[in-house]
Write a protein that binds this ligand. Sequence first.
Ligand code: G3I
Length: 547
Amino acid sequence: MSRTRRAIAVGALALLPIAPAVVTAVVAASPAHASQPLRAHAEARGKFIGTAVATTQLANESSYRTIAATEFDQITAENAMKWESTEPSPNQFTFSGADAVVAFAEQNGQQVHGHTLVWHSQTPNWVENLDAAGMRSAMNSHIAKVVGRYADNPVVRSWDVVNEAFNEDGTMRDSFWYRKLGGGYIADAFRAARAADPDAKLCINDYNVEGVNSKSTAMYNLVKTLRGQGVPIDCVGFQGHLSLQYGFPGQVRENVQRFADLGVDVRFTEIDIRMKTPRDSAKDAQQATYYRNVMDACLAVSRCVGVTIWGFTDKYSWVPDTFPGEGAALPYDENYGRKPAYTAIHDALAAGGPDPSDTTPPTAPGRPSVSAVTSSGATLTWTAATDNVGVTGYDVYSGTTRLGSATGTSLTLTGLTPNTAYTVHVVARDAAGNTSPASGTVDFTTLAGQSTGCTPSYRLVNSWPGGFQGEITLRCASAVTSWKTTLIYPSGVGVTQAWSSRMSGSGPAYTFTNADWNGTIPAGGSTTFGYIGSWNGTGTPPAPALS
Ligand code: G3I
């Protein structure tokens, strides 16, 4: 059933009972000015600013309630919507905590992000102990019941459908979900959530995926694959549990942008930035810079819909319990005093962003020169564009396809197709989103891969519950003395053994090179190798992408 939620403005502050002074201030605020709460500035920028909330503090502490209501226009239940809270025993649902959070949001003109449906943690043991059929059915019924409860509620806009599905190296986490149901549990969970609420934004959420790294790339590949298969995934959540001692992650803005380019929303879902305690002014300043960096990364990409902080006061945070000797991770101190981190968030939202009146685009960058061409990449270098305010980045295109982005005047392209001609150009952009005219173009052709002249084709030989046998035939137009081909599988599929070839890789990409005896193929000839795959889904095992 459709509902009216989309017509309701995020800042429906006429409903705000706790701090009536804010009602006037926010409604009058266009554009927001510096003395206003975070939410006023966020709304003026078309983003949300949120916090996780704990039901005990919401119920018992007025200072906590007031800040949660006045500063934030989005809330996430820190624990109250998790499986152990909502369905502690089979088919016994308790929504008192979840309902309290939703009621608070309704009173205060806030949106709610549901956290979380399918996770390996804070899920009762009875779920883990089910057999595969029972677990699949429990997952579907849990999603239907929990998402369905709020499907017609206009403030509950989005859900973390699957949480923390990856290992740090990008392989799938060996959770009880994965072990029992195979990687297909992710697509199944999203389909169940869409069936329960056709309008909610459905997200996959994880930690250590803020910058470009193996884990975020695996997540990127999964989202791309799932969307290609029509799985209803709308959004990606970067948790953002950062620590001063590990430094700020690399390429956060670029990472947000690459997900945005897949057509999904991006949100920072659980930001906190811990330090070794006690605090001092240098650590506070560094923490403020990190908060500012997060805000700026979100503000720079239109599909980044907002930032949620994982609590707001150091009085209540999961950090010291989990990381002894660390803490002070939030923008308010233990006495609800604002820290430099608060000012950084405020200033990013209020003043640090692009000037909307700037409509002057940068000049065109110089025509790029090309070097270090390989079978899959090339390095481009160009002279800088200029801008009345400042150039913030460059995008490299082949026609209308964006091949990559850089903040400086050079970019090494990767993932190109061997033996292929490219004509590329560069476009500069500024913080206000103005883009320059295109640079001149440069042509180059990638080198042939080792399987020059050979085209791979795939055949499913047979399949059985849990696995299948695949076969690749390489047909070669010209003679080769060695060959190499790569298969890329969606998550949930693994290749466990191969013959008539040498295999390397642990997924999603598997590379096969010739065995000692079958590297030589004459012009017009072919060779075939086979392999065994693992897969727990139903129907026909997915075919690999071939290159
Ligand atoms: O409510 C009980 C209380 O009755 C009992 O006395 C006390 C004794 O330990 O425990 C209380 O429960 C704790 C609960 O938080 C509520 O405070 C649990 O022990 C504790 O494990 C639980 O921790 C939560 C943690 O997830 C569990 O994994 C944190 O509050 C919560 O902030 C944290 O949030 C996660 C996100 O959901 C997912 N991403 C990572 C993030 C941080 O770990």
